[in-house]
Design a protein around this ligand. Structure first.
Ligand code: FAD
Length: 338
């Protein structure tokens, strides 16, 4: 990060559609940089349903979402894409000489002749509990992801939420933390039944505190370090739980994010494109996958794949107007060997 790069095409989003766009661009000899705000490629497949089988990928009667991503990465690898993961694309600016300049949250700059936006449902981010002053604690004693389990050894940890993430981390951290308290607004959890049963068994044996039905109410502490979390029922019955760390697991939110400010023509918060070219309202900016709309658009992976093929040819026509593309099948094109 923090460097300036030049390439043919910048792909915004490393979801299944962005990954396949690398392959399609490669087929027409265009080099790509791919940027994603998440630390792993795969978009919704990786972030939302890695273990679910998909049944409508042509040629695969059944494939798990995570496995599809592994294969898409392998297919793209032949063309040596450069990935910038964990960076949000923020700025888009037109330079002279037919280049676009894309900048990320980490200061990386990529200059390219074409931009393919494959931003899906947008940038994922944690749903924040509406607690006044929470920003001051984020990254110090309030965490939305666990990247280092050991950091919680011996600590008093409050986990909030009722889904799989909350329950799984409660079970895992109960083994090493000083104390784990789980706050949920109702007694029933939205987690795998076996995990919920395990959680309730731990609570019964006193190895974990189940604080239901309560909601987060306030934070106590100083200089980013929590000392306690207050919780309350809907009737206003309040409790105070001493804590070193709070892990709110309220799922991921999605928003178009900075792309909404790029002055592209939108329809219902999606990018309007010409389906025959995937062109947006700005020359040189193409968009594909779940982020786009046009009459008859299907929000499916296979539709996004077809759009990737069209976008690559559109980008080629823009970058090499003097050399019309001689159409080739993948079987005859002589793929580079990775
Ligand atoms: P996404 O997968 O959403 O990826 C977009 C990527 O762009 C994300 O990684 C995001 O982090 C990144 N991004 C966005 N904005 C920025 C930014 N500003 N900077 C950097 N990165 C950014 N489809 C099927 O065809 N078959 C199925 O069976 C199927 N089952 C599904 C089951 C579930 C539970 C869900 C939720 C979806 C399912 N889908 C299925 C839909 C399918 O997952 C989507 O159509 C597909 O993921 C769209 O791919 P995409 O690459 O366009 O977008």
């Amino acid at each position: 990060s923090g460097h300036t790069h030049q390439t043919d095409v910048v792909i915004v989003g490393a979801g299944p559609v962005g990954l396949f766009a690398v392959f399609e661009c490669g087929m027409v000899r265009l080099r790509c940089h791919v940027i994603d705000v998440l630390d792993d490629a795969g978009g919704q497949c990786t972030a939302l349903y890695p273990e679910k089988p998909i049944y409508d990928i042509p040629g695969f009667p059944r494939i798990e979402a995570a496995e599809l991503v592994v294969r898409l990465k392998a297919q793209a690898a032949a063309f040596r894409p450069v990935y910038h993961l964990g960076e949000q694309v923020q700025g888009l600016e037109k330079l002279s000489g037919g280049f676009w300049k894309v900048t990320t949250s980490k200061g990386t700059v990529v200059q390219a002749r074409a931009v393919i936006i494959a931003a899906g449902v947008g940038a994922f981010g944690p749903n924040r509990p509406p607690l006044p002053g929470i920003e001051a604690y984020e990254g110090k004693s309030v965490f939305y992801y666990v990247t280092q389990r050991e950091a919680f050894r011996g600590k008093r940890v409050v986990i909030a939420g009722g889904g799989d993430t909350a329950v799984d981390w409660a079970l895992s951290l109960a083994e090493i933390a000083g104390r784990v308290s789980v706050i949920h607004r109702r007694d029933k959890f939205r987690a795998a039944p076996e995990s919920e049963a395990q959680l309730k068994a731990l609570a019964k044996s006193g190895k974990l505190d189940l604080v239901v039905p309560y909601q987060l109410h306030g934070l106590e502490g100083a200089a980013g370090q929590l000392t306690a979390v207050t919780v309350a029922t809907l009737d206003g019955d309040a409790r105070r739980i001493e804590a070193d760390a709070l892990l709110p697991f309220f799922g991921l939110s999605m928003s178009l994010g900075p792309i909404a400010d790029w002055q592209l023509e939108l329809q219902h918060n999606q990018i309007a494109v010409d389906a025959s070219t995937t062109a947006t309202s700005k020359p040189g900016i193409f968009a594909i996958g779940d982020v786009v709309t046009y009459p008859g658009k299907l929000k499916l992976i296979l539709t996004g794949f077809a759009e990737a093929a069209i976008a690559a040819r559109s980008a080629y026509a823009l970058i090499h107007p003097e050399t019309p593309l001689h159409f080739e099948y993948s079987t005859t094109s002589g793929l580079p060997t990775a």
